[in-house]
Design a protein around this ligand. Structure first.
Ligand code: IP8
Length: 249
């Protein structure tokens, strides 16, 4: 059973303060992951953790006018955005390592690329071998080179989708700041198509260059494996194999 879990940038960082970790939430997430890795048979095929940018990657990307489609040829800008994400990756891994989780970093900038059409190619051999060797890969949202556009942002959600396909994942989860996709404060149990929920999917309020909840649902609908969107309070349940939050697909 291989699980791909994304920790949303807005969950583990303070989205309103530049490059600031939300220590309490990160600790809580790390504790849930450490419990699952040590006790649960649910993650015995390995757990891949992906994380988003929050107040690390997004302001830096925004400052340079870079998105998943608008690129830059400025290596300094690419490196600055990448470095912000690498800093956050370090915080995530440290929280996991402190709890005995053998976390290793994965930097998509050095691994992945987009073609002219924007499709992402992400070789998975290194992640697969990490899993086989008992490590927990921690993959960051990042910059990637993009044919004809220099380099663009790759969101954690896109990486989740590529990893889920490439690793043939059994379970996919996005841990968000909300308990699922909300319709008037009620969590929508299941989404089968974008049309079902078009009216309730708004944009993200803070700086988010990669599409907010709508983008997440769209990305997850393209997967073969149903995926769950849930809040931090649902993380333990998700890792224990329960249905939590909103199931997409
Ligand atoms: O928060 C964004 O990842 P996301 C990564 O998953 C960067 O959209 C570099 C802004």
């Amino acid at each position: 059973m291989t699980t791909v879990l994304k920790l949303g940038g807005s969950v583990i960082t303070d989205k309103d303060r530049a490059e600031t970790v939300d220590g309490e939430s990160l600790e809580r997430a790390a504790a849930a992951i450490a419990d699952a890795v040590s006790d649960s048979t649910e993650t015995d095929g390995g757990l891949v953790v992906v994380h988003g940018g929050g107040s690390f990657g997004h302001p830096a990307a925004d400052a340079h006018g870079v998105t998943t489609t608008a690129g830059t040829d400025d290596a300094g800008a690419v490196t600055e955005i990448h470095a912000a994400m690498t800093a956050l990756n370090g915080f995530v891994r440290r929280a996991l390592l402190e709890r005995g989780v053998e976390a290793l970093p994965v930097y998509p900038l050095s691994l992945a690329a987009r073609n002219q059409g924007g499709d992402l190619a992400l070789p998975t051999e290194s992640v697969e071998t990490m899993l086989e060797e008992g490590f927990v890969p921690v993959v960051q949202g990042d910059m990637v080179t993009h044919a004809g556009r220099g380099a663009t942002v790759v969101s954690g959600d896109e990486l989740v989708a590529e990893l889920a396909r490439g690793l043939d994942a059994d379970r996919v989860g996005l841990c968000s700041t909300v308990p699922g996709v909300l319709d008037d404060e009620r969590v929508v149990d299941r989404i089968d198509s974008l049309a079902d929920v078009e009216s309730v999917l708004g944009g993200s309020e803070s700086t988010d260059v990669t599409g907010g909840m709508r983008g997440k649902v769209e990305t997850l609908l393209g997967l073969e494996t149903p995926a769950s969107i849930f809040g931090l309070e649902g993380l333990e349940g998700f890792l224990a194999g329960e249905d939590v939050g909103t199931t997409v697909g």
